[in-house]
Design a binder for this molecule. Structure first.
Ligand code: APR
Length: 252
């Protein structure tokens, strides 16, 4: 009798795999998710901290909020889940990570092809994109609590992350569409699948007949379209899935 893990390994043993991740991927690194009971949005209003209007209303508060998040992220380490995702690159010909996370932990774990749909907390840009989208500016020191002006035009700088109501970076989005269209399977880890257009990539994969495996400790919107759901955390289940893939290759 094939176990769920073995079935998942068979589905993901393909020439081109996409790994689509959300905040749950970094939960085991000590970083909060957004919509869990103890999530970021249970303590902060997204319209105040993750919207252009919130930044316009109180740039200093938003600046400081991202400074604190960047401090937590820099103090965090990639977990066993991030490392297992990176290790997939040793097994499969092409692995592309498409992440909604802004923490850079996939890259720190060793993943070499990472598309950051929602930007990065480690990059800053001019809030007016004065020289072309995005006008990258120096990333401020962690003790810089006052918003820095753009060195080119003097407007305020801000984190290079995608806020609610903003478009995703066009070239990243187009690359993500290409990867989803070209891959044979998608492994979805740690996302509630509630935020568009990012989540639509998973439905796009299903509509194009790609194999779908999901890792999540809780029920999600994606359960219904995944061929195999592995109910567990990223840090536990992703290494177990990697081991099942290794066993599959060893049996060859
Ligand atoms: N391992 C794996 N998944 C986990 C873990 C864990 N240890 N703990 C929680 N999860 C799951 C939750 O069950 C949930 O399905 O992670 C998911 C987190 O969902 P959200 O908080 O909605 O985060 P995400 O899906 O990444 O949100 C997408 O929303 O606020 C915006 O820009 C923000 O990128 C974010 C986007």
């Amino acid at each position: 009798m094939e176990t769920r893990l073995q079935r998942a390994a068979h589905l993901l043993d393909v020439p081109h795999l996409v790994v689509f991740t959300g905040a749950g991927m970094s939960k085991d690194s000590g970083l909060d998710t957004f919509r869990d009971a103890d999530g970021v949005w249970s303590r902060n209003a997204p319209e105040d901290y993750a919207s252009p209007e919130g930044f316009r209303r109180n740039p200093r508060a938003v600046w400081r909020w991202y400074l604190e998040r960047r401090k937590q992220i820099l103090a965090a380490e990639p977990n066993a889940g991030h490392k297992a995702v990176a290790a997939l690159e040793q097994l499969l010909p092409r692995v592309t990570v498409i992440t909604q996370n802004i923490d850079g932990l996939h890259q720190r774990a060793g993943s070499r092809r990472v598309l950051e749909l929602h930007g990065s907390v480690h990059r800053y840009k001019c809030s007016k994109n004065c020289r072309g989208v995005p006008t990258l500016t120096p990333t401020p020191e962690l003790d810089q609590t006052e918003p820095l002006p753009c060195p080119y035009c003097g407007a305020l700088t801000r984190p290079d992350v995608v806020w609610f109501g903003e478009l995703l970076p066009a070239e990243v989005w187009e690359a993500a569409i290409r990867e989803i269209s070209a891959c044979e399977a998608v492994l979805v880890i740690g996302t509630s699948g509630q935020v568009e257009p990012a989540a639509s990539l998973v439905w796009r994969a299903r509509d194009r007949g790609k194999s779908l495996v999901e890792i999540n400790p809780a029920p999600t919107l994606i359960n219904g379209i995944a061929e195999v759901v592995l109910p567990g955390t990223a840090a536990e289940m992703t290494p177990a899935l990697l081991a099942a893939l290794v066993a599959l290759h060893a049996a060859d």
